[in-house]
Design a protein around this ligand. Structure first.
Ligand SMILES: [Zn+2]
Length: 456
């Protein structure tokens, strides 16, 4: 049978399937948005309406971004924040972020997702936890951006309900009431959550962090997620301040708080997970919790080095996140994969983390976080037709001829040559296919100037 799209002649096709097959001269055929056949140079490939030649390229599943705050690219590399750790950093930026609206969220999401696509990402989540009063339907705005660009999207209905006056970190103007948050969450799931195989949009519930929501909201969100059968996401054990807050406010470590609020389940994936001790790592693994490792953000905010090797060994699904563009500033999953590899070596020894481990985190680990193992983050028959094609040519790759996967992550820097979502190219030859890029960037500049209170 003829395919709609055939990607062929890969130097290596890294399937990241159950057997972790690596196919020299590999090809992948996509029909109806799904992988319809796969093979090596030894197997005959089908005819196709469109063919992409991947000579001298590594072909991988599209990468998955398991943690982000897209709106934060409106305050990227904000000067006063270069020296503050997490809490001080947030307190300066909350009042600026209070000015986001539908236009700001649409444009920042479009630009942020475009940046991710250029780095080989095909599925992203977003933790949109700011819903200022009167700002409009922000979740719908960012979904519209993802649909326009053609990215697979897992936005979360984020929330904050514990303001400064009640012992939390954010100011009053950016928090909402628990009932309002839960009602709005239910509506969002009804409107946007697609349960079908190959879905392009799924919703999760995401109270922001222990220091910005009430304990009651954590408990009720977990109950609602169970009833609606959707996933749960939050920040967890990010740094020493986070641990300290938990001990002071709740009388326990973040792990016990996660357990007592009903969050320690395989429905949950958490962001960061820097601070868990040996025993807590095993409790997370036993429960089937997922963790989005955000190495650049953890480095910039000096949060610490997450115990990725130990988390993986304990059975935690470790994915990668670029985190908000105000903390990590860059939105490249290739870069996060490389940072994850380097930090794993630094923490656990030179042999502990390699490029294949990082590739697994960026693909099947992210799929575990989003509850879609076997469907996204792998190239196998029946999985989604999401593919990243990486050119391994030019001076940066000269001499790197023995192992294309190690070359991909140890040489570089690298952006994707082509990024394919559901069988459709959204990046071709290193550039976005959309003709709207310049206009969106100029809108983004205008909005960023407004949010940062600077002259355009
Ligand atoms: Zn975050």
């Amino acid at each position: 049978m003829s395919a709609e799209l055939l990607i062929r002649n890969a130097r290596l096709l890294a399937t990241v399937d159950d057997a972790r097959r690596e196919l020299a001269g590999g090809w992948v055929a996509i029909t109806g948005g799904l992988v319809s056949a796969i093979g090596s140079s030894m197997d005959p490939a089908p005819d196709a309406a469109e063919t992409i030649d991947a000579t001298d390229c590594l072909v991988t599943p599209g990468l998955i971004n398991a943690h982000h705050h897209l709106f934060q690219n409106l305050t990227r590399a904000y000067p006063p924040m270069t020296r503050a750790p997490l809490f001080g950093w947030l307190k300066v930026l909350y009042p600026l972020w209070a000015a986001i609206d539908e236009e700001a969220v649409f444009t920042s999401a479009w630009v942020g997702l475009a940046e991710l696509a250029l780095g080989g990402c095909t599925t992203s989540t977003d933790h949109l936890y700011l819903h200022p009063r009167g700002a409009g339907d922000l979740l719908a705005a960012e979904i519209a951006a993802a649909v326009d660009l053609g990215m697979r999207f897992h936005p979360t209905r984020g929330s904050m309900s514990l303001s400064e006056k009640n012992g939390g970190l954010p100011p009053d103007i950016v928090v909402q009431d628990d009932d309002e948050i839960l009602a709005d969450s239910e509506v969002a799931v009804e409107r946007f959550h697609d349960r079908t195989h190959g879905a392009m949009v799924r919703i999760a519930l995401a109270p922001c962090s222990p220091f910005s929501v009430t304990e009651q909201l954590m408990v009720r969100s977990a109950e609602l997620a169970e009833r609606l059968d959707v996933r749960l996401h939050t920040h967890f054990a990010e740094n020493a301040e986070d641990d300290e807050f938990s001990l002071t406010a709740f009388g326990c470590r973040p792990m016990e708080y996660l357990e007592r609020t009903g969050w320690c389940t395989n429905r949950t994936w958490v962001a960061h997970c820097v601070m868990p001790n040996h025993d807590e790592i095993h409790r997370l693994g036993a429960a089937g919790v997922g963790a989005a490792h955000c190495p650049s953000s953890n480095l910039i905010l000096a949060s610490g080095i997450a115990p990725v090797v130990d988390l993986r060994a304990a059975g935690v699904h470790v994915g990668l996140g670029v985190d908000g563009s105000s903390s990590a500033d860059s939105g490249s999953l290739w870069l996060e994969a490389r940072q994850a590899m380097l930090l794993a070596k630094l923490r656990n020894g030179a042999g502990a983390g390699d490029a294949r481990m990082a590739l697994e985190c960026a693909t099947v680990g992210g799929a575990g976080c989003l509850g879609r193992i076997g469907e996204i983050g792998t190239l196998s028959v029946g999985a989604v037709g999401d593919v990243a094609i990486w050119s391994l040519t030019g001076p940066a790759f000269a001499g790197a001829i023995a192992d294309p996967i190690e070359a991909w992550l140890r040489c570089g820097p690298v952006a994707a040559r082509d990024t394919i979502v559901r069988g459709r190219g959204i990046v071709r030859n290193g550039a976005l296919v959309s003709s709207d890029v310049d206009q969106r960037l100029s809108e983004h500049r205008r909005i960023a100037a407004r949010i940062q209170r600077l002259a355009d």
